[in-house]
Structures are given as C-alpha cells and as structure tokens.
Design a binder for this molecule. Structure first.
Ligand code: WQD
Length: 351
C-alpha cells in the first residue's frame, strides 16, 4: 500500500482528496497547521471511509504542524522511513489561499506559501521522495476578457496569492531542469473548487470571515448573513458580473488521484495542467442556480469591484483530460445541491 503525504490535508480540498485516496487504497499521512481547518474533518474522513479503529494506524495518520517548520517536516519523512512505510509522493496543498487577503498581507503569503514549500522540497530531497503533485492556481494567469486559458496562456498574477503560486511553479521548474533531476512534478492549476462531499459530512468551512463566494453564499442562504454583496455589476461580461470556472471539489479530488497514478508510473515528468470544467458561470448565474436547485431565496446587492478580481477565469482543460484520462462529472447544479446539503448537515451537527 503506497504512502502519500498530504500537506494541508484537513482543509476543504485536502480533506476531499484524502477521502478519494483512502477509497483508492492508499495509505495517507496528513499534516496540517489547522490555521484554516479543523480536526473535525479527520473524524469526517474516517466516518465517510468507514475506517474502523483496527485499520486506522495503517491507513491514516495526522500530525499537526506547519510547513514553515523544517524540523517538523524532516521528522515526518524520517518517521515514515523508520516505520518502513516511506512516503512515496506528496500532494502539496498547505498554504494560504485568499486572493483578497493576500493583497492585505503579502509577506505572510510569501513566507507561508513560498518558504514553506522550499522547506518541503528540501525535506523531500533529503529523504529521497521523488514525486509531488502541487496545488497551483488559475490566478497565475494574466486576466483575459473572454478567452479560455490554456497552460501556455500569458502568465501575470494580479494578486500576491497568485504570485506566490507562480513562484513555487518556477522553483519546481528549476528543480525539474537541474542535472540531478529524477523528480516527477505535476502542477495542477485549480480554477474555482466548490461544492461538498455527497454525504454532507465534509465541505468548505474556512475559519473566521470567509472570502470566497460559496461559503459566503451559504451563510446568506442560511440566514447567518443578511445579504450577498456582488462585487461589481460593470464587468465586461454578458450580465456584468465576473465569470469563473467552478469545479466540484470531488472532481478536483479525482484529478489528484489521476495525477498521482500518472507520476507514480513515470520518470522525470514536469507538467502543468488546468483543472477546470471549461464552463464559465457568472456570479449572477451561480446565485440563480443556487436558488433554483435548493428552492430558496435570499437578498443580494451590487457593490464596487473587489481588489484582485478579474472578469473572466475559465479553463481550456483539454491537456488535463488527455494526460490524466480524467473528466469532470458534476454540474453547477450538483455543486449547489451538495454545498447546501453540507451546510444544513453541519448546522444540525452543531445544534
Ligand atoms: C468568485 C467570484 C468575486 C465573494 C478563488 C480562490 C483562490 C483560487 C481561485 C485556487 C468573484 C465574486 C465573491 C462575494 C462576490 N483558487 N464574489 N461576492 O476570487 O475567483 O479565487 O479561486 O487557487 O484560492 O480564492 O474566488 O470565490 O472569492 O470569488 O461577488 O462575497 O465571486 O468577485 O468574481 P476567486 P471567490
């Protein structure tokens, strides 16, 4: 049973990837600082995967810690070797991820995302771990008005968050080009991951004030927030609101399984892949779809544009489809239904 290290594995995306990894018979080691996640997700992963206690030690271990801590990272790799279950690959998600917040705290983003990744890569080199799937982002691209983005589209992040993701890709590219290279590296450029596991036991639950559309929309629909503010109605799009490529988090998780299979059966691979559906939806279309499929209504109003936003971010995902033999299965309807089910389930859980 191959052992995979998932950094940031208790976060929104990481926890869903962990469910898919266990279901595909991998053994996983999760590290997470819990800065934007909760240990409740560990219980949910185990519950969804029906991991009874006698299998636990073999299949899933969790260590609280930060990728900024070099000693902690080295300990994780060394312990796995000492336990005779070396880490065969890393799925690297740990990092700060709010476009908007990064414009207010750029140095925090540089330290956590870039220095943290440098620490991880050094630990991987010391302990001879050759495979990494990196959680990159569509925010590294130069904004376009209405063109689908390919992996060769112009790069030009407009937020510190996007700049840190591009910097990490460049670090990995230099590593891949280095003489001693026998690493396998895949950069998965996420578009907008949303939705929740169909069980309603896992979903997007950022700590503190959410920045992203779906967690805020769920708070408005559940009455926690009075109304949704839509950032800008004067964008150059069909209805004036920004267009994004929303992808169900379980489709994203499956893309990681395919990427892992790809690199574990390759040698000296370096590839960037757009992980999106290729379908753009405006903020207003998301709001209308959510209300329709969940038979609910809520207030929204148009306010000024948000710093760091761009009008249109939609993937040309053909390279990922062909390279990974992967295809997104879920629609925006599914994303809205599953996200709402999670919200209702988690509200009831804490009643
Ligand atoms: C989506 C749209 C907002 C909140 C995200 C992640 C980032 C990266 C890319 C992976 C925008 C609008 C939002 C609100 C609104 N993911 N909006 N009112 O900015 O595309 O970035 O995807 O790397 O990590 O943050 O996502 O959900 O913040 O915004 O009108 O209250 O919704 O203007 O057009 P974004 P988002």
């Amino acid at each position: 049973m191959k052992k995979i290290l998932v950094t940031g594995g208790l976060g929104f995306i990481g926890s869903h990837i962990c469910v898919s990894l266990i279901e595909k018979n991998y053994s996983i080691c999760i590290i997470d600082s819990l800065i934007n996640s909760s240990e409740d997700n560990l219980l949910s992963i185990k519950k969804i995967c029906n991991l009874s206690n006698n299998f636990l030690e073999d299949r899933i271990t969790f260590f609280k810690g930060d990728i900024k801590n070099k000693r902690f990272l080295k300990h994780i790799f060394k312990k796995a070797i000492d336990d005779k279950k070396p880490i065969e690959a890393v799925i690297h998600l740990a990092g700060l991820k709010s476009v908007n917040e990064s414009t207010e705290e750029p140095l925090t983003y540089w330290e956590t995302n870039v220095v943290g990744t440098l620490n991880l890569l050094e630990a991987m080199q010391i302990y001879n771990c050759k495979n990494i799937v990196f959680s990159s982002s569509a925010t590294i691209y130069r904004p376009t008005i209405n063109e689908l983005l390919t992996e060769n589209s112009d790069l030009g992040p407009i937020s510190p968050y996007g700049t840190t993701k591009l910097t990490i890709e460049k670090m990995l590219e230099d590593l891949a080009k280095s003489k001693k290279n026998d690493l396998n590296i895949i950069n998965l450029r996420y578009f907008n991951p949303v939705g929740a596991h169909i069980s309603g036991l896992l979903g997007e639950n950022p700590k503190g004030k959410p920045n992203n559309l779906f967690p805020i929309l769920l708070k408005v629909a559940s009455g926690e927030y009075k109304k949704l503010s839509i950032f800008g109605a004067d964008w150059p799009t069909h209805d004036g609101t920004c267009i994004r490529d929303y992808i169900h988090v379980m489709d994203l998780a499956e893309a990681h399984i395919s990427a892992l299979n790809f690199i574990l059966n390759s040698s000296s691979v370096f590839i960037n892949l757009n992980i999106g559906t290729g379908i753009g939806k405006s903020v207003l279309e998301v709001v209308e779809t959510f209300m329709k499929v969940n038979k609910c209504e809520f207030e929204y109003s148009f306010v000024s544009r948000r710093q760091g936003d761009s009008p249109y971010l939609v993937a040309d995902n053909r390279l990922a489809l062909s390279t990974l033999n992967w295809k997104p299965q879920k629609s925006l309807n599914d994303m809205c239904i599953d996200a709402w089910k999670w919200k209702i389930t988690s509200k009831n859980k804490f009643k």
